[in-house]
Design a protein around this ligand. Structure first.
Ligand code: MN
Length: 390
């Protein structure tokens, strides 16, 4: 038996207790939590077969009362002596995609990002479309290509046509980009024809992950009119391996920056908070941006209320992402197309002028949020390296 040592100021302290799926050499994937630099095998310490599953879905499907009960049990268990066969150093495990992703929706909830992209894609028009402040704009993405952090990203090929070219051409994307986002995981779904109101957000949403919505801007610019993003996004979306429970983000709740005009009644309610999550974007190890989630215009509860207002059902494992997180400052922009203003204002990465991603580049997004008693809640990181086009 052993007691887990948690380094002081660890972002994986006793108030975080995220859930992930891990395996050790020769073992099957199962559910664990992380405390300091130790992964605790929940299939060993908790008597429920859902923790021996290769995804969080069976546990998430048990619903919010059970999530609260399990969190309380884990809190008590990790404070005491634990069997040695339940403990693994985090460096010695393989982390898997934590959820079996159902449907995937990506929103566009940052006013700064939407305005910047409007200026870049439609320089002669108003930066925000007339609907933008009335509803959280989004599109349905491709859930089958959501991959866990560390998965290599093959440079996509496709059609592109620059405004000054007369015909489209085919080839590897020349404007491969990132989008730093937060994603929300639906644990308990809703039926066909039903709605999830803003007030019942916490009864449905299990937790949050970091998302990198890799984006091929040249493919996107040519294909997106009039139906929105398609192949410029669907080749891969990376998520962090640890799902931070909503319960761990209580102290991170903040008021929204303010909505004018007031949204329609179905988009208002008591769970209309934002989250004070600080992200860091590193390009080949060098910090290039610090996007602040607290500046997001639409709340996670408004996104889910909007997503289901037409009666669309949701399922355990559905993932909806916030859209690129960008703050008002230049070094708070969560996509390279904004950070480098369409490639015209390159950033310096290890002494080199860079605008879009080259083969071999690695991008890592990490984040922390305030926890109780001046602690920090860590999301860990989502990372990926660009592989040459095939
Ligand atoms: Mn996105």
């Amino acid at each position: 038996m052993s007691v887990i040592e948690v380094p002081q100021n660890s972002p994986f302290g006793r108030d975080n207790l995220p859930y992930g799926v891990f395996s050790v050499a020769g073992g099957a994937p199962r559910v664990g939590t992380r405390l300091g630099d130790t992964v605790v095998d929940l299939s060993v310490v908790l008597d429920d077969p859902v923790f021996a599953a290769p995804s969080l879905n069976p546990f998430m499907a048990q619903g919010p009362a059970r999530w609260a009960q399990v969190r309380e049990s884990i809190s008590a268990i990790v404070a005491g002596d634990l069997p040695d066969n339940a403990l693994h150093p985090v460096g010695g495990v393989r982390l898997h995609l934590p959820i079996e992703v159902g449907d995937y929706v990506d929103f566009y909830a940052s006013e700064h990002h939407a305005s910047n992209l409007g200026r870049l894609f439609r320089p002669d028009a108003e930066p925000l479309m007339p609907n933008w402040k009335h509803l959280p704009v989004g599109y349905h993405g491709r859930s089958g290509t959501v991959v866990v952090s560390g998965t290599g990203i093959v440079r996509p090929c496709g059609q592109r046509k620059a405004p000054d070219e007369t015909t489209p051409s085919f080839g590897p994307s020349q404007r491969l980009d990132i989008e730093a986002e937060l994603g929300f995981v639906v644990g308990a779904g809703s039926g066909l024809g039903d709605r999830i109101g803003v007030d019942t957000f916490a009864e449905h949403v299990f937790g949050a992950v970091l998302v990198n919505d890799w984006s091929a801007r040249d493919l996107q610019a040519w294909e997106y009119v009039p139906l929105g993003p398609h192949l410029g996004k669907s080749f891969a979306t990376s998520v962090s391996p640890w799902v931070v429970p909503l319960a761990a983000l209580q102290a991170a709740r903040v008021p929204l920056p303010g909505q004018d005009p007031q949204p329609l009644p179905y988009l208002r309610g008591s769970q209309d908070w934002g989250l004070d999550v600080d992200l860091v974007v590193r390009w080949n190890g060098e910090e290039v941006s610090r996007p602040p989630y607290k500046d997001m215009y639409w709340s996670p509860a408004q996104m889910l209320a909007h997503l289901t207002v037409n009666g669309a059902a949701t399922r355990t494992g559905d993932l909806f992402a916030s859209g690129t997180i960008s703050g008002p400052g230049k070094h708070q922009r969560g996509a390279f197309i904004e950070l480098t203003w369409g490639g015209r204002e390159p950033v310096t990465v290890h002494g080199e002028q860079r605008s879009f991603l080259q083969d071999g580049d690695e991008v890592t997004i990490s984040a922390t949020a305030p926890g109780p008693n001046d602690t920090r809640i860590g999301f860990g990181e989502v990372t990926g390296t660009i592989l040459p086009a095939r």
